[in-house]
Design a protein around this ligand. Structure first.
Ligand code: ADP
Ligand code: MG
Length: 200
């Protein structure tokens, strides 16, 4: 496929295997995100690219209980639909999002990332998923954040594994390949791409 491929969606709960089972957390965005721009034919495999996170879409963790609502049925503002995000289905369990302030994200941090798109044969999934491992150590989870992704290249097809150790070994190598690939000067410009700042 022609790179770059651009995807965006809210970080949702996955299969819960990334961090717990493998020691490598993978953020999931809804599969329907793959149809953005007509990439639903995207080949299964391991890819690398850049990601950004918009934390403003994470629902507030605390509620001010000192000011009870007069009616008890305060309307929760929904994020207004905008381009690609509108196509993504939000799971029924997802808490409501706070509205996005329109305009360019000034504070967006850009992270290198390695991701897999596929059935995860080792886990025998029947549906394709996108599993995004961000090459950064986060102090906290970021479920609900809007993840924007630019996929810049393909590393390898998806393999099945005889052992978890072999799978983890390959992911470690994928991470090294992604880091080496993204270090190429030609890729640097993509860190400034509007898509990663909430536009485009
Ligand atoms: P799940 O099955 O719900 O995706 P994982 O065990 O794969 O659970 O963990 C993924 C979650 O961990 C992400 O949704 C995110 O909130 C958090 N996380 C923390 N650090 C990272 C990271 N470096 N890359 C991806 N996700 C991370
Ligand atoms: Mg995951």
């Amino acid at each position: 496929p022609p790179f770059p491929l651009k995807l965006r969606g809210p970080v949702v709960k996955g299969f819960g295997r990334g961090s717990k089972d493998l020691g490598i957390p993978t953020a999931n965005i809804p599969l329907t995100g793959l149809s953005i721009g007509g990439h639903d034919d995207l080949e299964s495999g391991i890819y690398y690219g850049y990601a950004s996170l918009d934390h403003s879409t994470i629902p507030a963790l605390t509620t001010d209980l000192s000011v009870p609502s007069a009616t008890g049925d305060t309307a929760i503002p929904q994020r207004s639909s905008n381009h690609a995000v509108a196509d993504l289905e939000t799971p029924a369990t997802a808490p409501p999002s706070r509205p996005i302030t329109p305009g360019r994200l000034k504070e967006a941090k850009i992270y290198p990332t390695v991701l897999s798109i596929g059935y995860n044969p080792y886990y025998k999934n029947s549906q394709r998923s996108i599993e995004i491992h961000i090459l950064h150590s986060f102090a906290q989870d970021f479920y609900g954040a809007t993840l924007s992704l630019i996929i810049l290249g393909h590393i390898r097809p998806e393999y099945d594994y005889v052992s978890k150790e072999a799978l983890v070994e390959d992911i470690r190598e994928d991470i090294r390949v992604a880091q080496r690939s993204l270090a190429r000067p030609a890729y640097e410009q993509w860190q400034q791409d509007e898509w990663l700042f909430g536009e485009g």
